[in-house]
Design a protein. Structure first.
Length: 115
C-alpha cells in the first residue's frame, strides 16, 4: 500500500499500481499477478512530488510535477542548467507520463539577478 508497482519491461505508465492511491481490491489483483510472474514486476517508493501553479481550463490550479535534469557524461560530466519538467494534468494524479495525459516543458535556469 506504500509502493508503486509496475511491469518491468514496459514504459509509458501503463499497467501500474500507485499503492497509496489504489483500492484494496486492486492491490490484491496486483499481488496475484506478482505471485504468478514475479520477474515481470518492479516496485519503487512512492515519491512526494512537488506541485506548481498550472494553467488548466482558464484558471490556475496546483498540479504535481517532476524535473528530469540533463546530465552529460564524457571525459568530464556536466549537469545542464535546466531539464525537462513533467506535469500531471489530472488533478490529484501522480502520473506525469505524456502517454497517460501528462504534459512537459523545457525548464531553464537563468543566471544573474533580476533588476
Amino acid at each position: 500500500d506504500r509502493l508503486v508497482v509496475k511491469p518491468a519491461n514496459e514504459s509509458g505508465g501503463y499497467g501500474m499500481l500507485v499503492g497509496p492511491h489504489s483500492t484494496r481490491a486492486r492491490r490484491e489483483e496486483f499481488a496475484a499477478l506478482i505471485e504468478k510472474n514475479p520477474r515481470n514486476y518492479i516496485a519503487q517508493p512512492t515519491l512526494s512530488l512537488s506541485t506548481a501553479p498550472t494553467y488548466i481550463d482558464d484558471r490556475v490550479e496546483p498540479r504535481h510535477l517532476d524535473l528530469r535534469p540533463f546530465i552529460l557524461q564524457g571525459k568530464e560530466s556536466w549537469v545542464t542548467p535546466g531539464g525537462l519538467t513533467r506535469v500531471a494534468l489530472v488533478k490529484g494524479s501522480l502520473v506525469v507520463n505524456s502517454s497517460q495525459g501528462g504534459g512537459s516543458k523545457d525548464t531553464w535556469i537563468v543566471e544573474g539577478s533580476i533588476k
